[in-house]
Design a protein around this ligand. Structure first.
Ligand code: IVH
Length: 705
C-alpha cells in the first residue's frame, strides 16, 4: 500500500521553448476543465507531473516564463466566478512521503522557533472546496473556490447537500469551509439519473460533484455531501465573542464546535481528524488513514496535516498560494486515464459470463493495472464504452480495478463498438440474459471442470491426487457431473480409468474419505457460492455452525454475517437454493456439515444478542489463546507453520479463537511475520502492534496445530 509513497512522482521533461509553451497551454486547458465543469483532460498524476515539469523548465529559463503559466497560482490560474472571498481560499503545498513530511515539519519548526506539540491529522477530501456563509444561523450563500480570490455563487444547490444544513443549531453568523463531494452511492445514483436523461454518465465522483454543484435548472436533482474542515469569523473583522473564539481556539476545538452546529465533519467517518503530539504519531495516523482509504464510501486523495494551535498558525502565516502551517501528504493516485484496448469475455466457474477490459498498462496505487472489471453487457451499454476509448480506471488497496467511464471529450473518431457475444464463450450454448449478469444456460455445468477443480483445491476439500486432467477424464467418462459425485466413485470405476493403478486408486479413495471430515467452512467454500471466498466461508460457518442453519437462513439472517450486505445476502440465499441437490448429495455421501468449535447454532435470538453484547459472535470460543484478537499473517511461514497455506494459518488463527484479517491497522492485535514480510510488518512496527515470528506464534497456538 505504501509502496511509492516515499518517492516524488517523476516530472514531465520539457526540452525547449516550444515544448514549454505547449505544456503551459495543456496545463491551462486541463485546469480550466477541472475547475470549470469538473471534466478532466489529464488525470491528477499527469497534471502534477506536467506542472512540475513546467516549474523545472522555468527555474532554468526564468526569462521565458509565460504570464499564463499555472505555476504558483491557486487552481492553476483557472478563473471562475465573481463573488469575492472574505479571506482568500488557498491551496496546500504537497509532500509525497515521510521524509518530505519530516523536512517540511523541520522547516516549519525552525520558522516558529519551537517544536509543534499539537498536530491535527485529517483526511484530504477529494471534492471541491466551498465556502458556506451563515447569517444568524441561516445558510445564505454558497460559493466555490474559483481562483481563490473570488468564486462562483452556487447557492442554488443549497438544500441538496447532505451534511450542510440550511440552519445551524445556534443563530450564529459564521463562514464555514469544507469540501463538497459525492459518496459512492450518490455517484451511482447521479450516473443512473444522467443515463436515463441523456444516455451519458459522469467520469468520476469528483467531476460529478463539480458538474452537479455548478449546474442550474437540471431536470433531475442529484444529492451531494459536505464535510467541513474550517470556520472563520464573518465578516473577517467581526469582533463578536464567537469571532474571537474562532481566532483563538485550536483548530480541533473549532471543528468540534462546527460538528455541534449540526454540520458534518469527518468525525462521523473512519478517517476522523485526530490531534497528536509528535511527528511519529502523525505518521502513524497517516498510515491508518491510507489503510482505511480503500474501504471508504467517498474519495480521499491524501492527508492534511495542520498545526492545531491558533498561535502557531498565526506565527507561521501564509505564502501567496498556501498556508505555511499545513501541508497535504499526497497518496498515490487511485484513478487514472488510460486506453481501453480490448474486451475479453469469459465464463466463470458458476456460469457467469463477464467482460474484462484489457488496458494500456497504468500504475495505480502501487501496482500496474492491465485488466479491469467491466461488470456486464448492460453496464458497457450504459456507459457507452467503445474500443480505443480513453477511460478512467479506479483501483485502491486490494479492490479489483474497474473501468469507471469513457472520457468522451478525448475521442478521436477512431473508436469502435465493443463486440457483445451471442453465445456462451466457453461452450457455445445459449446465454441467459434475463438478469444483468449474464449466465450460460448450463449454469455451473458449463464450467464443471473449473468448479470441481476449485472444490477439490487445497483450501477447500484438499483432495490430493486429483489433477485437472484426471477430473476431465472422469467427466468425459460420465462418472461425475459435479464434485459431490466424487464421493460415490467405486474402486472398480476408478480402476477402469486409463493410467489409474491400484495405488493411485486407493490413495484417491483414502483422500476422499479424509475430505468427508473437512470442517463446514471448507465444505461451504467448496460449493463456490457466488460472492463468498475462503474468509467469508469461514465467517459463515463460524456464524451458523451447521449447514442446516445456513440453509434455513433467509437474507436478513445471512446479513448478520460480517461483510455480507443487503446486495450480497439474497445472492447467497438464491445460490444455496440452486445448490440444494448438490448439498443433499454431499450429505448423503456422509460429508461433514458442522463447524468444529462452534458450540451452538444461532437459533436462539436472545442468546445471540447476549453473545453480541459480550463482544462475540455465536459460539465465539472465549477463553482460547487468541480470543478477541485480530491477527494478520504475512510473509513466508517457517518452522512448524512452513507446510501450511495462508488459508490454513488463517484457519488456525480462528480455531484458536482469533479473527484472521488481511490489513494491518491500529486495531490489529498481532502480526505473524514470516520471511520477507515487507510492508505489513513495517506498518505494524510503526503502529506499535505486536509482531511475532511464525515459531513464536506456533508456540502460542500449539494445542490447535
Ligand atoms: S484545509 C488554506 N483540510 O484541499 C487551505 N483542506 O489542496 C486550507 N481539502 O482547497 C485547507 N480536505 O479544498 C483542508 N481536511 C482538509 C481538506 C482540505 C480537502 C482541500 C481544500 C483545499 C485543497 C488544497
Amino acid at each position: 500500500m505504501m509502496r511509492g509513497m516515499s518517492e516524488t512522482p517523476p516530472l514531465t521533461s520539457i526540452a525547449d521553448e516550444t515544448a514549454y509553451a505547449e505544456a503551459v497551454q495543456l496545463a491551462v486547458d486541463a485546469s480550466a476543465a477541472y475547475y470549470g465543469d469538473g471534466t478532466s483532460t489529464l488525470d491528477d498524476d499527469a497534471y502534477d507531473r506536467l506542472v512540475r515539469g513546467i516549474e523545472a523548465y522555468e527555474a532554468g529559463h526564468p526569462d521565458q516564463v509565460l504570464p499564463s503559466s499555472p505555476t504558483g497560482k491557486v487552481a492553476g490560474g483557472a478563473v471562475v466566478g465573481d463573488v469575492p472571498h472574505t479571506v482568500p481560499m488557498l491551496s496546500l503545498d504537497n509532500v509525497f512521503g515521510p521524509d518530505q513530511l519530516a523536512a517540511w515539519a523541520a522547516s516549519l519548526e525552525r520558522r516558529l522557533d519551537h517544536p509543534v506539540t499539537a498536530w491535527s491529522v485529517e483526511a484530504k477530501l477529494d471534492g471541491l472546496a466551498v465556502s458556506a456563509r451563515y447569517r444568524r444561523g441561516r445558510l445564505v450563500q454558497l460559493v466555490t473556490r474559483g481562483d481563490g480570490q473570488a468564486g462562483e455563487d452556487v447557492s442554488h444547490s443549497i438544500g441538496t447537500i447532505v451534511g450542510l444544513p440550511e440552519r445551524l443549531a445556534e443563530p450564529v453568523t459564521v463562514e464555514l469551509r469544507g469540501e463538497v463531494m459525492m459518496t459512492t452511492a450518490q455517484f451511482a445514483d447521479a450516473c443512473a439519473k444522467r443515463q436515463a436523461h441523456d444516455g451519458t454518465t459522469f467520469a468520476n465522483p469528483r467531476s460529478a460533484a463539480a458538474g452537479t454543484l455548478r449546474t442550474r435548472d437540471r431536470p433531475y436533482v442529484c444529492e451531494l455531501t459536505f464535510f467541513g474542515y474550517g470556520a472563520l469569523p464573518l465578516p473577517p473583522g467581526d469582533d463578536s465573542p464567537l469571532a474571537g473564539r474562532l481566532r483563538e481556539l485550536p483548530h480541533s476545538q473549532i471543528m468540534e464546535w462546527v460538528a455541534g452546529q449540526g454540520v458534518q465533519t469527518t468525525a462521523v467517518t473512519p478517517v476522523a481528524g485526530v490531534l497528536v503530539a509528535d511527528l511519529e504519531a502523525v505518521r502513524a495516523r497517516v498510515e491508518e488513514i491510507a489503510a482505511a482509504r480503500a474501504g471508504l464510501d467517498f474519495g480521499i486523495d491524501g492527508i492534511v496535516i495542520k498545526c492545531d494551535l491558533a498561535a502557531d498558525q498565526a506565527a507561521a502565516g501564509f505564502s501567496s498560494r498556501a498556508p505555511r502551517w499545513a501541508v497535504a501528504y499526497k497518496l498515490p493516485a487511485t484513478e487514472k486515464i488510460t486506453k481501453l484496448l480490448a474486451v475479453e469475455w469469459n465464463t466463470g466457474r458458476t456460469g457467469i459470463i463477464a467482460p474484462r477490459a484489457v488496458l494500456e498498462p497504468v500504475e495505480l496505487d502501487g501496482s500496474v493495472v492491465t485488466y479491469a472489471t467491466l461488470h456486464n453487457a448492460a453496464d458497457i451499454a450504459r456507459r457507452g464504452l467503445m474500443l480505443g476509448d480513453s477511460v478512467t480506471v479506479y483501483k485502491a488497496g486490494d479492490v479489483i480495478p474497474r473501468v469507471e467511464a469513457p472520457v468522451v471529450h478525448l475521442r478521436t473518431g477512431d473508436e469502435r463498438p465493443i463486440d457483445i457475444p451471442r453465445v456462451c464463450p466457453s461452450c457455445g450454448d445459449a446465454i441467459d440474459a434475463t438478469q444483468e449478469r449474464w449466465r450460460c444456460v448450463r449454469g455451473r455445468a458449463c464450467r464443471a471442470i473449473a468448479s470441481i477443480e476449485y472444490a477439490v483445491g487445497r483450501d477447500q476439500l484438499d483432495i490430493e491426487g486429483l489433477a485437472v486432467n484426471r477430473i476431465q477424464q472422469m467427466l468425459d467418462a460420465g462418472l461425475i457431473a459435479d464434485f459431490a459425485d466424487l464421493f460415490y466413485l467405486t474402486r472398480d470405476q476408478l480402476l477402469a480409468l486409463d493410467r489409474m493403478g491400484e495405488t493411485s486408486t486407493d490413495n484417491l479413495l483414502a483422500a476422499l474419505e479424509r475430505a468427508k471430515a473437512q470442517p463446514l467452512s471448507r465444505v461451504f467454500c467448496a460449493l463456490g457460492v457466488r460472492g463468498t471466498g475462503r474468509s467469508m466461508s469461514r465467517r459463515i460457518a463460524a456464524h451458523f455452525g451447521t449447514m442446516d442453519a445456513i440453509r434455513a437462513a433467509d437474507a436478513a439472517a445471512i446479513q448478520q454475517v460480517e461483510g455480507i450486505g443487503p446486495e450480497k445476502a439474497p445472492v447467497v440465499v438464491a445460490e444455496l437454493v440452486e445448490l440444494d441437490a448438490l448439498i443433499d448429495k454431499l450429505i448423503k455421501a456422509g460429508v461433514n456439515m458442522t463447524q468444529p468449535g462452534v458450540v451452538r447454532p444461532p437459533a436462539d435470538e436472545a442468546a445471540d444478542e447476549a453473545a453480541g453484547e459480550a463482544g462475540g459472535e455465536a459460539g465465539e470460543p472465549l477463553g482460547l489463546p487468541l480470543a478477541g484478537m485480530s491477527v494478520v499473517v504475512t510473509g513466508t511461514m517457517t518452522g512448524p507453520l512452513a507446510a501450511l497455506s495462508r488459508n490454513e494459518v488463517n484457519e488456525l488463527v480462528e480455531r484458536a479463537g482469533g479473527k484472521a484479517s488481511s490489513g494491518v491497522s491500529a486495531k490489529t492485535s498481532l502480526v505473524v511475520a514470516g520471511d520477507k514480510a515487507g510492508s505489513k510488518r513495517t506498518k505494524a512496527e510503526s503502529l506499535g502492534v505486536r509482531v511475532a515470528t511464525p515459531e513464536e506464534f506456533a508456540g502460542l497456538v500449539a494445542a490447535f496445530l
